[in-house]
Ligand binder design. Structure first.
Ligand code: SIN
Ligand code: CO
Length: 375
């Protein structure tokens, strides 16, 4: 059973006193690592098409930022200092990274974004900046000096490829060593500079802007709404001003558009679908073992089932959502599907026919796999 990596603080205390309010340093928050990458492991990932990555460099005070995928030769040209390689969504690629991300699941899954790993030699960093989201910064190997500030002046250096603060006025500073973790609320200014080669594992959160939500909801409505009727004007009067838009025309269009209506159930369905949608670079592979339903059932009886690392599964009182869609399943098995969504796995055992049907559909899409450990 995993535990929240908050030191001596309970999730309740953390949420009440720190979350979205003030920074918190936790020494030795994570001490056990089942997987530790080499720089080569990270740069190999940064060369793949389905992996989001960046390379940040600073030369004579000028920042540059390149996005992956990279050619392997790009990493041979790096010097001994002043660069950082960052790989996003590590939880999609490495089971231990997913396990670590979900240790933060005292916060709802819909708010969790990803685990990013950055690697920097001594001197490396991404400059003083702020993030729009909450972040936990976990030091893994090496040492990094973090300076932070509650400043409200968040003006950025103009025309820089990287969001770098024009004026950074640090108020507090710490050196983080292996296993130490710093929590920062959104928009808290910070700068990390590597003192010894090492990594920062960042747990990031998702908080949509009103503009993003509004646009996405309108897209959802366009795809889901069905409006009846067609423009009609049997009472049309002759005009001597034919290019003028008649007031009556506008009024009738307004009435037709009033057919666009939504309620809380519409919003709930939008939220379930939208927030479980895969990120743009995510694709699911169809199963290599290609089991039929009977063989699938035997595997589940022996080994249980687990969600693919890239799968997002959410639920509300009435629906189960998986990777952008509702899962059509007999309500009698919603309890187990909710357990699967919460724990990302179900144990070995005999599953009902209705549950097996729902799970088999997901298996065929590559959303889950038989077994108790991720591939
Ligand atoms: C880093 O990993 O170096 C940067 C992370 C951050 O500042 O958010
Ligand atoms: Co940051």
């Amino acid at each position: 059973m995993s535990y929240p990596p908050l030191g001596n603080i309970t999730p309740q205390q953390f949420l009440a006193e720190y979350w979205q309010k003030k920074p918190l340093l936790i020494r030795q928050a994570v001490t056990q690592f089942d997987w530790l990458p080499s720089l080569g492991d990270l740069t190999d990932l940064a060369c793949q098409d389905d992996v989001e990555s960046r390379l940040v460099e600073v030369k004579a005070g000028k920042w540059s930022c390149e996005s992956g995928p990279f050619r392997p030769s790009r990493f041979k040209k790096l010097g001994n200092a002043d660069w950082t390689v960052l790989v996003q969504n590590m939880n999609h690629h490495v089971p231990f990274c997913a396990e670590l991300l979900y240790r933060f699941d005292f916060i709802p899954h819909v708010r969790l974004d990803d685990l990013m790993i950055s690697w920097a030699p001594a001197g490396g960093g991404v400059g003083p900046h702020f993030d729009s989201y909450d972040v936990f910064l976990l030091q893994v190997g090496g040492k990094k000096r973090w300076r932070i500030s509650s400043q409200t002046d968040l003006a950025l250096v103009p025309d820089s490829p990287l969001k770098v603060l024009q004026r950074f006025e640090p108020e507090q500073e710490w050196v983080l060593e292996h296993g130490d973790m710093l929590y920062l609320p959104p928009k808290y200014a910070h700068e990390g500079v590597s003192l010894e080669e090492g990594m920062t594992w960042s747990v990031g959160f998702r908080a949509p802007t009103a503009q993003e939500l509004g646009g996405a909801f309108l897209d959802y409505l366009r795809d889901h709404i069905e409006l009846d009727g067609m423009y009609r004007d049997p009472d049309l009067a002759a005009t001597s001003n034919p290019a003028r838009l008649p007031d009556d025309f506008v009024a009738r269009v307004q009435t037709m558009l009033q057919g666009i209506q939504w309620d809380k159930d519409t919003v709930a369905d939008f939220v379930g679908r939208y927030f479980s949608e895969p990120k743009s670079h995510v694709f699911y592979d169809s199963p290599q073992d290609d089991l039929d339903e009977a063989a699938f059932a035997r595997q589940l009886a022996k080994h249980g089932v687990m969600l693919d690392l890239k799968t997002v599964m959410l639920f509300d009182d009435a629906h189960i959502y998986i990777n952008g869609d509702t899962l059509d399943a007999d309500p009698a098995c919603h309890g187990q599907l909710r357990q699967l969504a919460n724990e990302r796995r179900l144990p070995a055992g005999q599953y009902s026919a209705a549950l097996l049907d729902a799970l088999f559909d997901c298996y065929e899409c590559g959303y889950l796999h038989p077994g108790s450990t991720a591939a």
